[in-house]
Write a protein that binds this ligand. Structure first.
Ligand code: NDP
Ligand code: OAA
Length: 263
């Protein structure tokens, strides 16, 4: 039996837990102090709920962060320092250069891997391979319903009540998008890290009142040719900001723990 630890136990983590393969057990949840008490009761005795890596009782085979950019910043380095490989979805934390360097250094020092998960998008492998020969342009467009943007910085930019048609409310770099929209634009950072970087990746964000899905559109051009990918993703029922594919990308890592053949 392999063991996994979750950092954060919100909408995404709950979906991954529900679908864990039979040979992988959730051994530990690293929760926020706000949620630790109720999660201790909910999880029962077989899963340890802790609020600090220092309290870890059993070292898991892998840890997966699903706690937001601040959660990753709080716990990521300590996880690596315990020699635990780390899967990451809150990739926008890499916009903080100092943190990104420290995280990378900790992984190298301790000989463990950081897995940047593809999250809600696809084609990260192709973009990364293409970047080795040279990319001239990478554009990411994120299109979601107004309810998926509510509660974010978009509140300052959109008058939701008067929104009748798809409206572009942000254009900028992946660095700006992932910083301003930490719960909505981690994919912009992932695409950027795979491709031309946080400052060269162009991002457009759209609120569309006709949508109930999250649409991610990626265009990349370079020496390899041109790639265009569009994903119409169903959001998680509990969190319209998060596409279900993001949870399945974390689930994929749980399946990979024990697989000799990796695809
Ligand atoms: N790469 C990608 O494609 C995507 C990435 N994401 C990232 O994944 C994250 C999780 O998504 P989702 O589950 O939908 O979000 P939720 O808001 O539903 O869950 C986040 C969970 O993390 C917990 N948390 C917050 N801070 C900490 C901390 N310091 N330590 C431990 N736990 C903490 C929260 O606890 P509490 O409720 O007590 O605050 C909550 O349970 C998002 O915040 C986003 O950063 C999301 C979608 C796609
Ligand atoms: O799940 C999504 O649609 C994308 C997302 O929220 C993010 O990148 O943070």
């Amino acid at each position: 039996m392999k063991t996994v630890m979750f950092i954060g136990y919100g909408s995404m983590a709950r979906k991954v837990h529900e679908m864990l393969p039979k040979n992988v057990k959730l051994s530990t949840v690293l929760a926020s102090p706000r949620s630790a008490n109720h999660l201790t009761i909910e999880m029962g005795e077989s899963i340890n709920v802790i609020t600090s890596v220092d309290d870890l009782l059993e070292v898991p085979d892998i840890a997966i962060e699903m706690a937001g950019q601040d959660g990753l910043k709080e716990h990521g380095i300590k996880i690596l320092e315990r020699n635990i490989p780390l899967g990451i979805v809150s990739v926008g934390a890499f916009t903080d250069e100092k943190f990104a360097i420290s995280l990378h250094d900790a992984a190298k020092r301790h000989g463990v891997k950081i897995h940047i998960l593809a999250g809600a998008v696809a084609g990260i492998d192709g973009i990364n391979a293409a970047s080795l020969a040279g990319l001239s342009k990478v554009i990411y467009q994120g299109r979601k319903s107004p309810s998926s943007w509510k509660g974010s910085y978009a509140d300052k930019l959109i008058d939701y009540d008067s929104l009748k048609k798809a409206t572009v409310f942000f254009t900028g770099t992946a660095r700006e998008a992932a910083t301003l929209f930490p719960a909505n634009s981690n994919v912009a950072a992932t695409i950027a890290l795979a491709g031309v970087g946080l400052d060269e990746t162009q991002v457009e964000l759209i609120a569309d009142p006709t949508l109930s899905h999250n649409i991610h559109h990626i265009i990349a051009e370079g020496i390899f040719g041109k790639l265009e990918i569009s994903i119409t993703g169903l959001p998680l029922a509990e969190n319209p900001k998060t596409s279900s594919l993001a949870a399945f990308s974390a689930l994929r890592l749980c399946h990979q723990i024990d697989q000799a053949l990796q695809i």
